[in-house]
Design a protein around this ligand. Sequence first.
Ligand code: COA
Ligand code: MG
Length: 296
Amino acid sequence: MSPSSRLRRALLFMPGDSMRKIAKAIELGVDSIAMDLEDGVALSQKPAARRTIVEALQTLSFGRSERLVRINPVGGEFWEEDLRATVPARPDGYILPKAEFGEQVQAVAEFLAQEERARGWPAGGIVLLPIVETALGVMNVREIALADPRVDALIFGAEDLAGDMGAVRTPAGWEIFYARSAVVLAAKAYRLQAIDMVFFDLNDLEGLEQECRVGRQMAYDGKMAIHPRQVEVIQRVFSPSPEEVQAALRIVRAYEEAQAAGLGAIALDGRMVDMPVVRMAQNTVQKARAAGLLGE
Ligand code: COA
Ligand code: MG
């Protein structure tokens, strides 16, 4: 397991039966496009949504945006048909909502392994992003993370979790804070990316920015988006700023010079720099490189 090198700052969701929204998403330069077959689609529209997603995958050019499909919960009534119908159009990955057991992830992984073999596609090429959004999912987050090497990121879903637990969602979010922490901690322990919860107020961009900052400070790599307006804010906050990149590069350089001179801990601008500080700086440099903010 190694941390995915793919940049996933914003994952924009849209109902899979809306070709208009899928086409709109492509124009935004968003890192990941999540075409939904689950709760964003009415029961009667599931077959139409599968057809629309296949058509989009086969006819539209997504540029550098990742092409993801969110299927229905594994074990329920729709997920197998969701997979069967969409896999021939070869999305880059599948989002698995309400993940609670490793076996659910494995069932999808086995299906994909067979398809890849049969179609001559590279083994393990299609990735999986489980959403942890139930109390049981939080308790079992470790087995979900470790279920299969295709798992590339864990997503945290706050609204479904609150609904599942009977908690009341508040702007401060203390009712979901333990779970939000548990998901990012598990992701980092097993070298996966972590994607933070949806911000529901489509008009409150300041509130969105604040919530992005907290998520980033917690070590989330990105955040779900539900409206084009949210994409710029999310992608900006989840990219290191030029000042952060400069500061990180100075730390890494000072550390390398210190190592060459046989020194461990050093002082830089009146602050101690040792290994944990260097590691944080290296993370920033790596993110900046992935975001194309550095040369080479
Ligand atoms: N992805 C891509 N385009 C979107 C979009 C999305 N999630 N949400 C809105 N747009 C487009 C609209 O189509 C519209 O473009 P158009 O005028 O060219 O048609 C433009 O952005 C402005 O949209 P707006 O009128 O402000 O929103 P709306 O009232 O049409 O839609 C929602 C509001 C909430 C229904 C819509 O944002 C949406 O579908 N969000 C995603 C819902 C979802 O997938 N939920 C499940 C995952 S949590
Ligand atoms: Mg949900």
